[in-house]
Design a protein around this ligand. Structure first.
Ligand SMILES: NC(=O)c1ccc[n+]([C@@H]2O[C@H](COP(=O)([O-])OP(=O)(O)OC[C@H]3O[C@@H](n4cnc5c(N)ncnc54)[C@H](OP(=O)(O)O)[C@@H]3O)[C@@H](O)[C@H]2O)c1
Length: 238
């Protein structure tokens, strides 16, 4: 079924974003996949007749604005691009990594919202991809967790202000999702899903205009229960 929507996805050149591109392009009208990897964007263009790839770095305001000037209107704006780095040695705190992750995952959303929000139609939806990691503090996740916790607040605040413009906001909390980067993780990743499985869950939630999309539920509910434990018990467990 073609539901005739214009869908823009940041971070569509890999992982969850690429899987979302594949799914939405089956159902929707015009696709705007975004990323910096131009070869990959060209491959995506060849997979769909109504695809207009946009190449830009979300951290570079001029590039974001130039890309936005090529877009007329958007029904679903998916802010998915992101990066991850762990703080491996807390006593030699890596300020450069911290700034890079906060900038790419959180500060850049200011660029993207400023440029693309005015293009979102009434009745449209803004989707922000955060992480189930924000449900509990995890070791070594000072940068990644802080950036994603910022997205949670941003999404929930945006929802209040965009209501009068008839634009909905979905906040997404994925658990572990298999991508080339997660292959390098040395820790356990319980209930890990494939990128197409994660995309399917996001797609269903977005089409139902859910305000909060979280999966897999067996992980997110477990984390929510643990979050209710007394601080000292949680600390020992983590
Ligand atoms: N995988 C997981 O377990 C997991 C769990 C929870 C949440 N998430 C979140 O899901 C989202 C997608 O991640 P993923 O797992 O699919 O990772 P991924 O495969 O590494 O994809 C990251 C995407 O972000 C884009 N990107 C990164 N930095 C960018 C920049 N400066 N400018 C423009 N685009 C940039 C990349 O595109 P280019 O390289 O082409 O620029 C790529 O398409 C992220 O927000 C991530 O935090 C992932």
């Amino acid at each position: 079924m073609n539901v005739g929507k214009n869908v823009l996805i940041t971070g569509a050149t890999s992982g969850i974003g690429e899987a979302l591109f594949s799914l939405f392009s089956k159902h929707c009208h015009t696709m705007y996949p975004c990323g910096r990897n131009e070869d990959k964007l060209q491959q995506l263009k060849e997979r769909s007749a109504t695809c207009w790839p946009l190449s830009f770095d979300i951290n570079v305001t001029e590039q974001v604005n130039l890309a936005a000037s090529q877009v007329d209107s958007i029904d679903i704006l998916i802010l998915n691009a992101g990066d991850c780095a762990y703080i491996d040695d807390v006593m030699a705190f890596n300020a450069a990594d911290f700034a890079r992750i906060i900038n790419t995952n959180l500060t850049s959303l200011g660029n993207v919202l400023a440029a693309f929000l005015p293009k979102v139609n009434k009745g449209g939806q803004v989707v922000l991809v955060s992480s189930a990691a924000t449900l509990l503090p995890f070791p070594k996740a000072e940068a990644y967790g802080a950036s994603k916790a910022g997205i949670n607040y941003l999404a929930n605040s945006l929802r209040l202000d965009l209501e009068k413009h008839q634009i909905g906001v979905s906040l997404v909390h994925p658990g572990f999702v298999e991508i080339p980067l997660t292959d390098k993780n040395t820790f356990n990743m319980p209930f890990i899903l494939s990128a197409p499985e994660a995309a399917q869950r996001i797609y269903k939630g977005v089409m139902k205009k859910k305000q909060y999309i979280h999966f897999p539920k067996r992980l997110t509910w477990l984390l929510k229960v643990l979050a209710f434990m007394p601080q000292f018990l949680r600390h020992r467990l983590m």
